[in-house]
Design a protein around this ligand. Structure first.
Ligand code: BGC
Length: 737
């Protein structure tokens, strides 16, 4: 745990300069608007450790797969959201010394992420090696009101003597991904244009052919003359300004970013330039107010207030803030990468995290079309999922959704995950169920849902096999959610969700058949479906699925042979051995009993109505002490189940861990980017865990609520079937308004 940020209910504050932690702060203070995102890099030069990161949603590159030992079925590439042009650049020389906080003496420093208003602010006083002292106050935002725009306000004040500033503000499009497999450049410049205080660059991604144009317009409070220069991938505007001691100059940089996802390539640069110019006409203050207002609406819909515990309050708002700036549901081609726009790990691609963790957040805190877009994303990729299953030998329209994807094609290439972590297919079906249950949008099943469910059910039906020895259907060679086990037989969770998918598909099919026979017949034709025959096959598998169980108990075993492991618990691990994935060999991890993340308990979370409290308690008490929570997705599920069981301390511990995972850098990896998808899990741990919110028979109910000792009250807003509700929990119970 690295605790260096101040606690505040609405802000993240770094109140002194931590040179060695800049990369972590760059992630934590990232800002975005769903269309693009920007790490909190300094506008001015910085020669210390830094990961310059600027990402545009949906603009990716298929980086050729790099593996030591090729296996048939591996995808050719790993899709990466690209690191793209540096648009924040504002390089400053004071007399002839370059402003660089890694070299200058930083006297006072404050960086603030104002989550209420969506602003990144920074101020510092610094002295150059030759003794020039200046003060800088900077602010920027990626507009939520107009998602093609960003703006920067940068003020420099001379503190002790007159100085001459040489300012160079630029857009630089020759940018590399730090995680590139072959150290290749992924961008090719198309055109650039610069004139005095304006400039634009247009570039194209290699292979995928996306084009993006960035345009800027800069103004300063002294109305100085700017001179422009350019080359193929860079435009810059420079000026020289004299300021007297005690005097300030303010720069405003207006930036527009547009891409071929939304505009014609021929006019991209022109569109971006026009937008930057119009932004400059509107002016910084007005753009800023519109942006703040847009954030105000977001908070109105989905804020959570925790009274009495500022750390818990800051944690949940931090999670809600990042989720909203990562995904806005405007475009069904986009999704939510595990790191959002805050880093390069995981390539910005889509994982099962979206369906298993993120959907409930968007479905309860944004208008219902936002969550629906996530389902449409998978629906439009159904053909690719069928192709993917065909590559692995499945037939008859069986669909296997990818573990990692950008456009529907699988791009993960570790065999134990790509081929075996197939439970992801179940989460995609579960999301349809979850969405319909919450929104009541039954029509979705006929529009898209049934098609997806059918492909998934067909996959499971072929993936299991009959075991004579067990006289049951079994599933061999899988990896469950707990990735610290590979190639196991009969992972309880996978078997369970497989049977559930077939059951749900059957129910949905039967309902559709009786309610809209015409549509159903069309679907049968389209998918070559003999419903009666396939239904019967599913039913046989549902009725005869094998679930490993610990003899004479109500404990479901994570997989066959689980009890052969040395029966240890976390208490047997030395602190210096944790996280075990950084200290142990992989084979030791695989043989050990330690569990990375909820596995059997993931099943108890999804399918809670199928199990008794007694079963939940027995399984939680058995598995939680063996769980190291080394996936960010783990603590939230445990927080929810612990709250349901009334285990207050455990629920609270898990909540703090999930909500402050990045702020307090529990896993020492905030520098790589934030855990965006698990942030939605944090939201669930408050609303479903402490708030006990569930949908039953089409209504919201609040059961097994739990108010941690420290909390005076918990209030959250949810949108349920077009009704905005405000739920408050305090010592006198639950109030709904
Ligand atoms: C987890 C997976 C998850 C992935 C991306 C891994 O560490 O084990 O369940 O999908 O991270 O968040």
């Amino acid at each position: 745990m690295i605790k260096y940020l101040k606690t505040d209910p609405w802000k993240i504050i770094e109140d002194s300069f931590h040179s060695h932690l800049q990369r972590s702060s760059e992630s934590i203070f990232s800002i975005g608007n769903g269309k693009f995102g920007q790490r909190a890099n300094h506008e001015e030069d910085f020669s210390g450790p830094s990961l310059h990161g600027s990402y545009i949603a949906g603009v990716y590159y298929p980086d050729k797969t790099r593996v030591g030992w090729w296996k048939n079925g591996y995808p050719e590439y790993f899709a990466k959201v690209l690191n793209s042009a540096n648009w924040i650049g504002l390089s400053i020389h004071v007399n002839d010394e370059i402003l660089d906080l890694n070299i200058w003496n930083v006297e006072s420093f404050e960086r603030v992420l104002d989550m209420k208003q969506g602003l990144l602010q920074r101020s510092f006083i610094a002295t150059s090696p030759y003794g020039k002292r200046i003060q800088v106050v900077a602010e920027r935002f990626c507009s939520m009101a107009n998602d093609d725009l960003a703006a920067i306000r940068y003020e420099v004040k001379a503190l002790d003597e007159d100085v001459v500033l040489f300012v160079n503000t630029f857009i630089e499009a020759e940018v590399r991904n730090h995680d590139s497999n072959y150290d290749e450049l992924f961008w090719k410049s198309i055109r650039s244009q610069a004139n005095e205080n304006t400039g634009s660059v247009q570039a194209e991604t290699l292979k995928t052919g996306f084009q993006v144009a960035w345009a800027m317009e800069v103004h300063d409070s002294k109305n100085s003359n700017w001179t422009a220069t350019q080359n193929a991938h860079r435009v810059e505007s420079t000026t020289k300004i004299q300021i007297q001691s005690g005097e300030s100059v303010v720069f405003h940089k207006y930036v527009s970013i547009v891409s071929s996802l939304n505009e014609q390539v021929e006019s991209l640069s022109q569109i971006a330039s026009n937008k930057a110019q119009q932004a400059a006409v509107v002016g910084y203050e007005e753009l800023r107010s519109a942006h703040i207002q847009a954030w105000g609406k977001i908070w109105e819909l989905g804020d959570i207030c925790i009274e009495g515990d500022d750390e818990a309050q800051q944690g949940i708002r931090f999670n809600i803030f990042h989720l909203n700036q990562t995904y806005t549901g405007q475009d069904a081609r986009l999704n939510i990468g595990p790191k959002g726009f805050t880093g390069e790990k995981y390539g910005g691609s889509t994982y099962w995290d979206t369906e298993a963790y993120c959907l409930p957040f968007y479905q309860s805190t944004r208008q219902s079309h936002v969550a629906k877009q996530l389902l449409v994303y998978r629906y439009t990729q159904l053909d690719k999922a069928i192709e993917n299953a065909e590559k692995l030998g499945f037939t008859n329209g069986a669909a296997l959704y990818p573990m990692v994807t950008m456009n529907g094609e699988e791009c993960h290439n570790e065999w134990e995950i790509t081929f075996e972590e197939i439970h992801r297919n179940g989460a995609i079906a579960y999301a349809i169920y979850n969405y319909v249950k919450y929104t009541g949008d039954e029509a979705h099943l006929g529009e898209c849902g049934f098609d997806v469910l059918l492909g998934i059910a067909r996959f499971w039906s072929q993936r299991v096999n009959w075991s004579d020895a067990k006289q049951a259907y079994v599933m061999l060679g899988v990896t469950g959610p707990n990735e610290y086990e590979n190639n196991v037989n009969n992972n309880f969770y996978t078997n369970y969700i497989a049977a559930w998918c077939m059951k749900y598909t059957k129910e949905v099919g039967e309902k559709l058949q009786s309610e809209n026979a015409t549509l159903f017949n069309e679907k049968c034709k389209k998918w070559n479906l003999d419903f009666q025959a396939e239904n019967a096959a599913w039913q046989t598998r549902i009725d005869n699925m094998y679930y490993p169980k610990f003899e004479n108990s109500i404990i479901f075993l994570q997989q066959d042979g689980f009890m052969d492991k040395e029966q240890l618990s976390i208490a047997d691990l030395k602190l210096e051995e944790r996280p075990i994935n950084q200290h142990w060999s992989w084979d030791r991890i695989l043989r050990s009993i330690f569990i990375k993340q909820a596995d059997v308990l993931q099943g108890f979370f999804f399918f809670e109505e199928d199990f008794t409290m007694e079963e939940l308690k027995a399984n939680f008490d058995f598995y939680e002490p063996k769980t190291v929570h080394e996936s960010s997705l783990s603590p939230c599920v445990h927080a929810i189940l612990a709250a349901k069981l009334g285990y207050e301390d455990k629920a609270y511990e898990m909540y703090v861990r999930t909500s402050r995972l990045d702020i307090d850098d529990y896993n020492h990896e905030a520098h790589e980017g934030l855990h965006i998808t698990s942030m939605a899990g944090t939201w669930m741990s408050v609303v479903m865990g402490f708030g006990g919110m569930r949908v039953k028979n089409g209504e919201l109910v609040f059961e097994h609520t739990l108010l941690p000792k420290k909390w005076k009250s918990l209030t959250f807003n949810v949108l349920f079937r077009n009704k905005q509700l405000r739920i408050s929990l305090n010592e006198s119970g639950v109030q709904i308004a």
